[in-house]
Design a protein around this ligand. Structure first.
Ligand code: SF4
Ligand code: FES
Length: 242
């Protein structure tokens, strides 16, 4: 059994098991810390840093979704330094990405008085929409690189490993292995990645086609399942083995 520790968050005491994150301890007090990459049912990787807090005595602002509590810890979730960090992250995201379908981030932009035009010279990430299968599209101009889709496709749920990252820094993008179309990847079209995507980067193809103005008939035609290359190869193998 993990031991109980007592800490203070925003001047209020709380006792929680020692392996609790600061984010979860704050939740017990009803204190909401903004998150972006974090998801309750997925492995937290501390990628976006939107959830940073100030811990007395600590040099840097830890990401509360991964930083664990300790006895006697004193945490502040709304100092000017914290708010400025969150604001800057939001402004950097807004300057390079299309956040029009990220409702949580839109809300935080208001709450933290972030200026989406703060970096007018910033380069926009505008890759083409990838429409390579009948089930869902990938619009990485909206991708906030939260890693949720990669995580749920891998060991958090599906063990399919169809998705991963390529490139680094500004050019980082979620992709399939060797950038193959999804129909040629290990993807089983379970839809779990779409369900955890917070930004509209992954979207059911029918929804996307309706938004593009296609009629119901056209939508049905364009999303009719095709036999995949793997299925055809299997049939061919059977024929060859007869
Ligand atoms: S596609 Fe969606 S779930 Fe995947 S990393 Fe981008 S924003 Fe996150
Ligand atoms: S929500 Fe904690 S680092 Fe992204």
């Amino acid at each position: 059994m993990p031991e109980q520790v007592t800490l203070t968050i925003d001047e209020r005491e709380v006792s929680v098991p020692e392996d609790t994150t600061i984010l979860k301890a704050a939740e017990q007090l009803g204190i909401k810390i903004p998150t972006n990459c974090y998801h309750d049912y997925l492995t937290a990787n501390g990628l976006c840093r939107l959830c940073v807090v100030e811990v007395e005595g600590a040099r840097v602002l830890p990401a509360s979704c991964v930083a664990k509590v300790s006895d006697g810890m004193v945490v502040h979730t709304q100092t000017e330094r914290v708010r400025k960090s969150r604001r800057t992250i939001l402004e950097m995201l807004a300057s390079t990405l299309d956040l029009s379908e990220s409702p949580d981030l839109q809300e935080y932009i208001q709450e933290y008085n972030a200026d989406p035009d703060r970096y007018p010279m910033a380069e926009k990430r505008q890759p083409e929409v990838i429409d390579d299968n009948p089930m869902y599209i990938r619009d990485y101009a909206k991708c906030v690189l939260c890693w949720r889709c990669v995580q749920i496709c891998a060991t958090d749920a599906q063990y399919t490993f169809a998705l991963n990252f390529r490139n680094r820094g500004f050019h980082t993008q979620v992709t399939t292995y060797f950038q193959k179309p999804l129909t040629e990847s290990t993807c089983v079209f379970c839809g779990q990645c779409v369900s955890v995507c917070p930004s509209g980067a992954l979207k059911p193809k029918r929804e996307w086609l309706v938004e593009q103005g296609y009629s119901p008939e056209e939508v049905m035609e364009l999303t009719r399942p095709q036999r995949s290359k793997r299925t055809l190869t299997g049939q061919q193998n059977q024929e060859m083995n007869r």
